[in-house]
Design a protein around this ligand. Structure first.
Ligand code: PRP
Ligand code: MN
Ligand code: MG
Length: 182
């Protein structure tokens, strides 16, 4: 049984992802030249994009990882709702932080995380996400670098999961409703 059987349609192909990541990597390399760049991957969703993006960045940088979880349900507001499950290893003082995400959805995760990271005295904090779903936004936040804006559909692959599965799909697809309705 193939994961592909659960996919309704391909939203972003492997080729499109590859081209976009190269473009983002080149832009970031230009913008952060001579700076103190640290790529901060928010696990688990960003793992695939992180691995590709870091190799598309041609300037020196360090990498770090964080695991966070959002509290509460759909009616949450944006105050102190992010819990750090695994913190960064490194000090952010004087660093130019670029948060790497797979998707900016309601924005609640990053609207809480960004102020927390800014308290650590970094030089700058910006956001790079491969997908943006602006129609779902609940917090006032926008990405500084983005790959593709996607409609409000159930997207999986390239790190994005449904029930912890489909992260290893090499493209971004829309899940068949029959998969989550059963
Ligand atoms: C997803 C996604 C983002 C976040 C975006 O992570 O990877 O990190 O939600 O949602 P928001 O903009 O509405 O806050 P999730 O919590 O599902 O964990 P995962 O990355 O381990 O899948
Ligand atoms: Mn995530
Ligand atoms: Mg998830």
């Amino acid at each position: 049984m193939s994961m592909n059987d659960d996919i309704l349609k391909v939203l972003v192909s492997e080729e499109e992802l590859k081209a976009k990541v190269a473009e983002l990597g080149a832009q970031i390399s230009k913008d952060y030249e001579g700076r103190n760049l640290v790529l901060v991957s928010i696990l688990k969703g960003s793992v695939v994009f992180m691995a590709d993006l870091m190799r598309a960045v041609s300037i020196p940088c360090s990498i770090d990882f964080m695991v966070v979880s959002s509290y509460g349900g759909g009616n949450t507001t944006s105050t102190g709702l992010v819990k750090i499950i695994k913190d960064l290893d490194g000090d952010l003082s004087g660093k130019d932080v670029l948060i790497v995400e797979d998707i900016l959805d309601t924005g609640i995760t990053l609207s809480n995380l960004v102020p927390m990271l800014k308290m650590r005295n970094p030089n700058s904090v910006k956001i790079c996400t491969i997908l943006d779903k602006p129609s779902r936004r609940k917090a006032d936040i926008a990405p500084d670098y983005e790959g593709f804006a996607v409609p409000d559909e159930f997207v999986v692959g390239y790190g994005l999961d449904y029930d912890e599965k489909y992260r290893n799909l090499p493209y971004i697809g829309v899940l068949k409703p029959s998969v989550y309705e059963k």
